[in-house]
Structures are given as structure tokens and as C-alpha cells.
Design a protein around this ligand. Structure first.
Ligand SMILES: [Mg+2]
Length: 171
């Protein structure tokens, strides 16, 4: 652990020796690089079954277009995954990226105890990334509300249609 890593937020994990000396690209995980469609049914019940939804993420197939985009970006950018998955699942996310050879430099999950909607969580993580020196040039995201948030914050966004949000209207 380096001096600067002692200041690392508890929900951040560096996975390489890279730091913010190159421009950075943010990728979402579910619906962008990992295919969560096999576990969406756990959210279609009232109340949503988050425990089963989250614990099955290790089985997600890769989304080839998303992973190709990560690999292309990684040539000359720091790749940051910002996901609203709960912090308790960080080891699963880390090993999934390792298993599928997805070159993510920094993994950022939802902070422990933060139960706000995903756009609010990701807005704060964007601010923390910038404060830490990240020069965010773009983001890739499938959640319409998060796409809107990134645009409001001046980040160029590539929207990916996953179909997960087709019936939730305004988010
Ligand atoms: Mg997503």
C-alpha cells in the first residue's frame, strides 16, 4: 500500500499500478460489461430480492461489446468501473473481472450503508474521483437517470441499451 492509497475510500480498489496520470474513462458494470439479465427476475418481485440478485452476479456472462470497449480504452486511459453494487460484493466483482480478463484499473462500488438511488451515489463518486485527480473524459452507462446525471456534470456519455430500465419510466 502506497502513501496515497492510505487515503483511499473504503469502496475503492485499485487493481493495477496505474493512477490518474492518464485520462480516465468510467464504465458501468451491470448491463454494460456484465450481463445481469438472468437475475433481473429477483427485482421483479415486491419487495425486490436484492440478496439473491447480488449473490448471483458471479454467474454473469460478459457483454462482448462492453468488454471490447474496456480493452480499447485501456490502451491509453485509466479504466474506472463505477457500479452501484453493494460493497459487500467487491471481491466477487474483482474476481469476475480477473476471470474474464477485463482490464479495469480502479473498481468503485456503492459505499457501505449508502442506500440512496444510484444516480446520487454515482454523482458523489464522480466528484470524489475528480477531487482525487481523475480527468474523466467519458462514461459508458445503461441507466437513463445516470446518463442524465453524467451529462449534467459535464461528462460525455455513451448510452448502452440493456433493456433493464425499459419499464421504469422517469428515473
Ligand atoms: Mg448498469
Amino acid at each position: 500500500m502506497t502513501e496515497e492509497d492510505k487515503e483511499l475510500p473504503a469502496n475503492w480498489r485499485w487493481r493495477s499500478d496505474r493512477r490518474f496520470d492518464e485520462p480516465a474513462v468510467i464504465f458501468d458494470m451491470d448491463g454494460v460489461i456484465s450481463d445481469a439479465s438472468h437475475r433481473q427476475r429477483f427485482l421483479d418481485v415486491d419487495p425486490p430480492d436484492w440478496a439473491n440478485f447480488n449473490s448471483r452476479a458471479w454467474k454473469d456472462p460478459v457483454i462482448a461489446d462492453g468488454v471490447d470497449a474496456v480493452r480499447a480504452a485501456a490502451r491509453d486511459h485509466v479504466v474506472v468501473v463505477v457500479t452501484a453494487r453493494p460493497l459487500i460484493t467487491i471481491d466477487m466483482a474483482d474476481s469476475w473481472l480477473e476471470r474474464h480478463d477485463v482490464p479495469v484499473d480502479l473498481l468503485v462500488l456503492r459505499p457501505e450503508g449508502d442506500e440512496r438511488h444510484s444516480p446520487a451515489v454515482k454523482r458523489d463518486e464522480l466528484a470524489r474521483l475528480r477531487a482525487a485527480g481523475a480527468r474523466i473524459v467519458s462514461a459508458v452507462e445503461d441507466h437513463p437517470g445516470i446518463v442524465k446525471m453524467y451529462e449534467q456534470e459535464g461528462v460525455s456519455v455513451r448510452y448502452v441499451h440493456s433493456g433493464y430500465y425499459d419499464d421504469i419510466g422517469e428515473v
